[in-house]
Design a protein around this ligand. Structure first.
Ligand SMILES: Cc1cc2nc3c(=O)[nH]c(=O)nc-3n(C[C@H](O)[C@H](O)[C@H](O)COP(=O)(O)OP(=O)(O)OC[C@H]3O[C@@H](n4cnc5c(N)ncnc54)[C@H](O)[C@@H]3O)c2cc1C
Ligand code: SF4
Length: 561
């Protein structure tokens, strides 16, 4: 039987795969999207409006099943009885690590990938980030600067809809925003106190998030029901199922094939081009092949690198497009979990309506204008204020009717800052194929080597100090600084392992996410990142993907690919 042939193949249908599909289809290419997981039907699979009493375990989860099948995924806050079905089965999808150096790899395997469960926080990078490696002499210099990506941030933001407040800060460029969501009264108090005490150096704003504050692009405004990680039947937050894949489908050029686990990319040595991909059908286990003129790997940071490591040929015995030997190296994840909490006194007669699916943000302020003596780079805070409700049952005196009545009234306002810091690129954090482990489809699995360095530990400590300072400035009571010990991976911002760079000897991808070695092969997910900044990364992946797709189609038209 003839091998099915397309203009383009996209591997993965999550945040980046959806963007690649949309841009390639809209630019005229017949595009095959290969997705390892199952299809999703929002009407059946989304459960954001299901109350706990309709759940078998009342929302508390089946602990035995979690420990058996999702012993890694259960560490993620969003992997619960409702949305656990959007996270992978860890037994079918194994990977290995030294138990003394754990890495929690949190994954989704379905059409939509992790765009269904993601936290939707989106922050542009600035030249403070794109110039960081060159400035500090770490990793390799990014081959692009902010001006190269800015128009693509514009395109992505305007299409998916981002609510947020413009601040005019050089380290966190403003975007094309829909109206910001409102701060609550306690957040307003903290915002004003920070402005007064830190004179513009530290700033609190409402989170910039991919949730519609007004109707946009045929999608309804958010109705503040709250648990977005369970799906959204009104498509009010961005995921690829409700936004980019429908746009790709509307062109008539999209073929989406679920249950298609890509094993490797085929390399045609004579033409020096990627010829297509080898696939294992997830249901029948049948081996299949598909061919195309251009291939986009969007399977997520470590899965794309795994596919390349598994793509061996006489010319590339250590993985396709790996003449530099850099494939797998410089794995990063944000270090998270330094911060502080406290009670903002007063305002107990004031409350909020609905569940705003967003928090507050304090952009990076360390190493922005003046160098810090203890550490490189910086961090930002997420967090917010909420009013204690009936859950404070343990802390209230009394019992019976008096206790019930006390619980029915809102309690004090509790505020928390939670830091996310930059991870430095280091070659000693890397992945390789584990010679003894395969997944449920017989495909070699990864062995991950990753640990924090002193710089990340110092960021965590500083987060706890500066968060407490800001709460104290706001007159908070019972301020408690904290430093959590989270393993890498758990922040779910894994990046690097096929970095972009100017020199083919020290990087895998060029300035257009095209592999230096194989011209018709692109990697546009987080594998491409040369440094990690401290902002949530997915908007940057989306902008890079759209940019790379436009470049690839132009190159095809020029007959270079
Ligand atoms: C709970 C949670 C909160 C998050 N919050 C934020 C946030 O606030 N802001 C932010 O920027 N990021 C956030 N993230 C991270 C964000 O989800 C990822 O950065 C983003 O989804 C990465 O996009 P991707 O396309 O690379 O991967 P994914 O969205 O994971 O999609 C990859 C797809 O590829 C498929 N695939 C994998 N291997 C293969 C294969 N071999 N063959 C075929 N298909 C394959 C997978 O099944 C999947 O569908 C969060 C993630 C989670 C889970
Ligand atoms: S809070 Fe808004 S975006 Fe989230 S699921 Fe509900 S309606 Fe959708």
């Amino acid at each position: 039987m003839a091998v099915p042939t397309f203009d383009a193949i996209v591997v993965g249908s999550g945040i980046t795969g959806g963007w690649a599909a949309k841009e390639l289809c809209e630019r005229g290419l017949r595009t095959l999207v290969l997705e390892a997981g199952r299809p999703i039907d929002p009407a059946r699979d989304y459960v954001e409006h299901v109350p706990p009493w309709e759940m078998k375990f009342r929302g508390l989860g089946d602990r035995k099943a979690l420990e058996r099948d999702q012993f890694i995924q259960r560490h993620c806050y969003a992997c619960n009885e409702y949305s656990g079905k959007f996270f992978v089965n860890d037994r079918d999808n194994p990977y290995t690590f030294d138990p003394a150096k754990p890495f929690h790899w949190i994954r989704g395997r379905q059409v939509g990938g992790r765009s269904i469960m993601w936290g939707r926080q989106v922050y542009r990078w600035s030249d403070l980030d794109f110039e960081a490696n060159a400035r500090d002499g770490l990793g390799v210099d990014w081959p692009i600067r902010y001006a190269d990506i800015a128009p693509w941030y514009d395109l992505v933001e305007q299409f998916i809809g981002i609510s947020g407040e413009a601040l005019g800060l050089p380290q966190l460029p403003d975007g094309k925003f829909l109206p910001p969501m409102a701060l609550n009264c306690a957040e307003t108090v903290v915002k004003e106190a920070i402005a007064k005490r830190f004179g513009g150096e530290r700033v609190l704003t409402i989170g910039r998030c991919a949730v519609l504050s007004v109707a946009h692009g045929g999608r309804a405004a958010c109705h503040y029901c709250g648990p977005c990680e369970r799906g959204c039947i009104t498509h009010s937050y961005f995921n690829s199922i409700g936004v980019t894949l429908p746009a790709a489908r509307a062109t008539g050029r999209l073929t989406l094939r679920p249950y298609s686990v890509v094993h490797s990319v085929m390399y045609d040595e004579k033409r020096d081009r990627a010829a297509g991909v080898r696939v294992v059908d997830a249901q029948t286990r049948e081996p299949l092949e598909f061919r195309a003129r251009v291939i986009f790997l969007c399977a997520s940071t470590l899965e794309s690198t795994r596919i390349l490591l598994n793509s061996k040929s006489p010319r590339f015995p250590n993985g396709l497009a790996n003449s530099s030997g850099e494939l797998g190296r410089n794995l990063m994840d944000h270090v998270m979990g330094g911060g502080a909490g406290g009670i903002i006194p007063g305002m107990e007669d004031r409350t909020v309506h609905g569940r705003r699916p967003n928090g507050v943000y304090v952009p990076r302020f360390r190493n922005v204008t003046a160098p810090h003596s203890d550490f490189l780079r910086g961090y930002g805070f997420q967090g917010g204020a909420s009013q204690a409700g009936w859950r404070r049952v343990d802390s209230l005196p009394g019992f019976g009717r008096a206790l019930k009545e006390a619980l029915g009234t809102p309690g004090p306002w509790r505020f928390g800052f939670y830091g996310f810091g930059e991870c430095l690129p280091r070659p000693t954090n890397f992945v390789e194929l584990d010679p003894n482990t395969v997944d449920a489809w017989g495909i070699p699995a990864l062995r991950i080597h990753c640990e924090w360095s002193d710089n990340e530990r110092k960021l965590l400590h500083d987060m706890s100090v500066t968060a407490a300072e800001m709460l104290e400035a706001a007159g908070a009571r019972e301020v408690e600084p904290f430093v959590e010990q989270n393993p890498p991976g758990l922040t779910i911002h894994e990046m690097g392992t096929a970095r972009m760079g100017r020199d083919p000897k020290t990087s895998v991808l060029n300035a257009h996410n095209q592999t230096h070695d194989v011209k018709n092969l692109f990697v546009t997910d987080g594998a491409c990142m040369a440094s990690s900044a401290c902002q949530n990364p997915s908007i940057t992946y989306m902008a890079l993907t759209a940019r790379a797709a436009a470049y690839a189609v132009d190159a095809m038209r020029r007959r270079e690919l």
